[in-house]
Design a binder for this molecule. Structure first.
Ligand code: KIV
Length: 261
């Protein structure tokens, strides 16, 4: 998958599917699925490292996850999520970080927000780095937003997000994640942009959807926002398998002769 194909999917009104992935093992599984894009999200800080938010993600953490995913050589577009403030210091630092991501195997990068880093986005795009935007609930701004809350509910907030979306398109972003905004607003943004929108908690009118892989597989049981549909009770299945293993070992049923040399 490449960014031209994603743009064509919007034109052809074909829905885009993206999931997060942080490691080689799951990247191998994703290879044989029709998922279009892999996001090595900074949600790794929460999902894989147990933090309360995404702020502890740093370049080293993200690069390790990007490398692990890229090693599986999946056919999906690999998007690396630039962590908190890593694109806010200055252009040379931003470019150094983006270079590290691309050399680790990312084929595009994602950046939250737009105000104050327009120049960095334009510079990356002009340097040949595909940039995905991210508006609405931008988790790196959790403290500024006073929590994980739906954004763009008021008319003025909605107009601001629409304006920011247009700015990201004008700066050359190839796609835009819309997180936790009212479905009507996501629909309007999607209709006004020529680049694909990929929603999470943004209703069904966006050009695509993204979910955190471990959430959709039900591998974690604590986090259940309204927008999340669990397609598997992964935690229960894993625990059942481990319980069976322990039981069989204790009973002396495993290993049976077929597993012996
Ligand atoms: O880091 C992440 O997983 C994300 C998605 C929720 C869009 O940014």
């Amino acid at each position: 998958m490449n960014i031209a194909q994603l743009k064509k999917m919007k034109q052809d009104q074909q829905k885009i599917t993206m999931v997060t992935c942080y490691d080689y093992c799951f990247a191998q599984l994703l290879k044989d699925t029709p998922i279009d894009c892999i996001l090595v999200g900074d949600s790794a800080a929460m999902t894989m490292h147990g933090h309360d938010n995404t702020l502890p993600a740093d370049i080293d953490m993200m690069v390790a996850h990007i490398r692990s995913v890229a090693t599986a050589k999946p056919p999906q577009l690999i998007v690396g999520d630039m962590p908190f403030l890593s694109y806010r210091i200055d252009i040379p630092t931003t470019m150094r970080h983006a270079l590290t991501f691309m050399q680790a195997g990312a084929q595009a990068i994602k950046i939250e927000g737009v105000d104050g880093h327009e120049e960095a986005i334009a510079y990356m795009v002009q340097s040949g780095i595909p940039v995905m935007g991210h508006l609405g609930l931008t988790p790196q701004a959790i403290h500024q937003l006073s929590g994980f809350k739906v954004q763009g509910r008021s008319e003025s907030q909605g107009e601001l997000i629409l304006k920011q979306a247009r700015t990201l398109e004008a700066l050359g972003c190839f796609a835009l994640v819309l997180e936790c905004i009212p479905a009507m607003l996501a629909q309007e943004i999607t209709a006004q942009l020529t680049i694909p929108t990929i929603g999470i908690g943004a209703g069904s009118a966006t050009d695509g959807q993204v979910l955190v892989l471990h959430d959709l597989l039900g591998l974690q049981t604590q986090f259940k926002p309204k927008f999340l549909k669990q397609y598997l009770n992964g935690a229960q299945l894993v625990q059942n398998a481990l319980n069976d293993y322990v039981k069989e070992v204790k009973q002396g049923d495993f290993p049976s002769p077929e597993y012996e040399y």
